[in-house]
Design a protein around this ligand. Sequence first.
Ligand SMILES: Cc1cc2nc3c(=O)[nH]c(=O)nc-3n(C[C@H](O)[C@H](O)[C@H](O)COP(=O)(O)OP(=O)(O)OC[C@H]3O[C@@H](n4cnc5c(N)ncnc54)[C@H](O)[C@@H]3O)c2cc1C
Length: 249
Amino acid sequence: MNDVIIVGGGPAGASLGCYLSMYGIKSTILESSNHPRPQVGESMVTSSTRVFKEIGFLPVLERERFVHKYGASWHPPSGKEFAIEFAEFPQEGIDQDYTYHVDRSKLDLLMLKHAEHKGAKVYQGVHVKQVLFEDGKAVGVQAQFGEKTIDLHSTGDFSEAFLMPYEARLPGGVSIWYEFIRLYYKLLPLFTHFIQSKTHRLEVLRLLQGEVYDRKDVPVLDAMRNYIATVEKSDSHLLKSRLTSITID
Ligand SMILES: Cc1cc2nc3c(=O)[nH]c(=O)nc-3n(C[C@H](O)[C@H](O)[C@H](O)COP(=O)(O)OP(=O)(O)OC[C@H]3O[C@@H](n4cnc5c(N)ncnc54)[C@H](O)[C@@H]3O)c2cc1C
């Protein structure tokens, strides 16, 4: 019997397996494909460094010589460069001023191996067909192991009440990131304007570093929205032609 069944052995599933093992909780990771599998990307944000540090994965990233990434720069057609360095806004609990560019196929395989090394059981080529519920609680999964369909049960508490603190924090952070990225792509020159703003530069940095969980911490999002609304309303605005068709909400 498992305490926890994790569906998917991407970075999230592998990290969760590591954390659970660190707290003495038994987990089984079920992954549809067989790693290394093709995966797009990618360029990490610094908030992932804390996770890598906590699960003891930073030495693997260094050993494998993934390329260090110290910041980012933008090169609009005007020829002017806009750059940020992660060192400008040090993040609590992170004591290196860079993150990584990674080959995801390789990274995901290494992370899954790391989770296994820390104690998670890993099954690849196993597709989860459905989550099994009893009395409103997830109690297991039905998964395809080769020709066989098998029900696996878990003993952990996966009630709504137990998961609520997680529901409040992490999806909140994701929705802030999602809003930021849509505003960013709606009007790209706007971003270069805000990255130079004394008032908002640090907020933009925090957003780029991927670690904002309370929307009140980033009034720049409303400032970006207001600016876009102004451009949308005016036919003669210089940036009108730069608006993209992406929807903001
Ligand atoms: C085009 C693109 C570019 C991106 N670029 C960047 C970037 O530059 N930087 C960045 O930080 N992020 C980037 N991202 C986002 C990043 O890829 C995701 O945030 C990250 O992959 C999420 O990790 P995950 O483990 O949650 O999911 P995934 O990496 O998607 O892993 C989920 C795993 O679950 C498995 N799975 C799915 N369903 C089942 C099932 N029913 N049963 C068993 N296994 C299952 C899948 O095979 C997969 O291996 C990009 C995303 C896209 C699409």
